[in-house]
Design a protein around this ligand. Structure first.
Ligand code: HAM
Length: 424
């Protein structure tokens, strides 16, 4: 039996690569305009980073991480997300000593052991942006605007932005008590799942995003954090809404958003779309003012988001906004005989240097088979090099679509370049 790719992973084939490059290019362009610089971190990190950063009562850490011991006996984890990695790099490279805020973005693969379905993979890709060093609600506005700009400029125009505030550790204390009072009878009756029973004492908030349907149903009527936030957090949230109103980004306040990772404080948000079948949430993010301190740094407010590239592709394909891309050669150089064989090699390289996409026969095919191949790959022009052409340094350039023919010099690429450019 032949070996297939592991469950929940997908090859990105040449026919799709141009779509990925288009999306990544657009993202980089928009990030540049917003003053965000790219950062690349390793695919794997020490497991402790995610246990401390993402939180050891989250589904991601408890159930979904690809963790193994390396040959030196260290516990290593394939990154399930990018925020903890970028926060670690921010500390490790003293980025905090440069002018703040530090504005960073990344395009990465992530790994989570989840149940694969449309838009949910075990290896998936994220575009993320993080901003460190400012607690101003203006940054919340800026970050949400960046996500909104990327989604709308790509063509996902039916997104709904849901926002919430999950307060600071102070508001959380009061709220945790209320949550415990609410969940206690369900613990005593044994309705909540085993994981949630463990979460009850350590972090009851996590029960709210348990994927078990029974826990989910119970959580629906739980108290909402927004009703418990302190004056400072409420004021921050009001100002964030003000920035969104100012730039005309519509939002829905959704008190049920708690996000699945432990580091969040104050503003949290999600962009949802009905496009792309099961794609659902294309982007999620929020403030995480305590993470840098949790990882051993000085208190540093921060906020960011990440969006799933596969989900973006599903949505754009669904609404017909994914442009058509094709990679077709400008010129196919066919040859007959040994002498013209080397000549063809020199010629294609001359054409490539001049900026054209040029190909030649690499399978020792007959002339008829070479022309058939040139047609199959959609070459715009062809040139046949025989003994005469090699001697005279001139040949016929044939337009493969409209079948016109012109005589061109092969001394340099000028004639050929001119003909191709005129058509482009
Ligand atoms: P997250 O909500 O876990 O947040 O993931 C962000 C986005 O990644 C999701 O909205 C979704 O589009 C995509 N995604 C997540 N899991 C999968 C999967 N299994 N398959 C395909 N796509 C997926 C974070 O990761 C945070 N680090 C976001 C953040 C950055 N918060 C602050 N800064």
């Amino acid at each position: 039996m032949s070996i297939t790719a592991p469950r929940g992973t997908a090859d990105i084939l040449p026919s799709d690569i141009l779509k990925w490059k288009y999306i990544e290019g657009k993202i980089s362009e928009i990030c540049d305009k917003f003053g965000f610089e790219e950062i690349r971190t390793p695919i794997f990190e020490n497991t402790e980073l995610f246990e401390r950063g993402v939180g050891d009562t989250t589904d991601v850490v408890q159930k979904e991480m690809y963790t193994f011991n390396d040959k030196g006996g260290r516990s290593i984890t394939l990154r399930p997300e990018g925020t903890a990695c970028v926060a670690r790099a921010f500390l490790e490279h003293n980025i905090y000593s440069k002018p703040l805020p530090a504005k960073l973005f990344y395009l990465i693969s992530c790994y989570r052991y989840e149940k694969p379905q449309a838009g949910r993979l075990r290896e998936f890709h994220q575009f993320g942006a993080e901003c460190f060093g400012s607690q101003s609600p203006a940054v919340d506005g800026e970050i949400i605007t960046l996500a909104h700009t990327v989604l709308t400029e790509l063509g996902i125009d039916d997104v709904t932005l849901n926002i919430n505030s999950i307060g600071c550790p102070e508001c959380r204390k009061k709220y945790n008590e209320a949550l415990k009072d609410y969940f206690r009878p369900h613990i005593e009756s044994g309705e909540l799942c085993e994981t949630c029973r463990g979460r009850f004492d350590k972090n009851p908030l996590r029960i709210l995003d348990c994927k078990s349907p029974v826990c989910g149903k119970i959580a629906e009527s739980a108290p909402v954090l927004l009703d418990y936030i302190c004056d400072e957090c409420a004021d921050h949230f009001e100002k964030v809404k003000g920035y969104l109103d100012a730039v005309g980004i519509n939002y829905v306040i959704d008190g049920t958003i708690v996000r699945g990772l432990d580091y969040y404080t104050k503003t949290v948000f999600e962009f949802k779309t009905s496009l792309g079948g099961a794609a659902g949430t294309v982007c999620g993010g929020g403030r995480y003012d305590g993470l840098i301190e949790e990882l051993g740094g000085a208190p540093t407010p921060a906020i960011g988001f990440a969006m799933g590239i596969e989900r973006i592709i599903l949505a754009l394909t669904d609404n017909g906004k994914m442009p058509d891309f094709e990679s077709i050669p400008d010129v196919y150089v066919a040859n007959i005989g040994d002498e013209s064989d080397f000549y063809a090699t020199v010629l294609v390289n001359k054409l490539r240097k001049a900026g054209l996409k040029a190909e030649r026969d690499l399978c020792a095919r007959s002339l008829k088979a070479q022309m058939k191949y040139a047609n199959k790959i959609g070459a715009k022009y062809s040139i046949v090099i025989g003994e005469d052409e090699a001697k005279s340094n001139s040949a016929i350039l044939k337009n493969m679509n409209i079948k016109t023919e012109i005589s061109v010099s092969l001394e340099n690429a000028d004639d050929i370049l001119k003909a191709v450019m005129e058509e482009k």
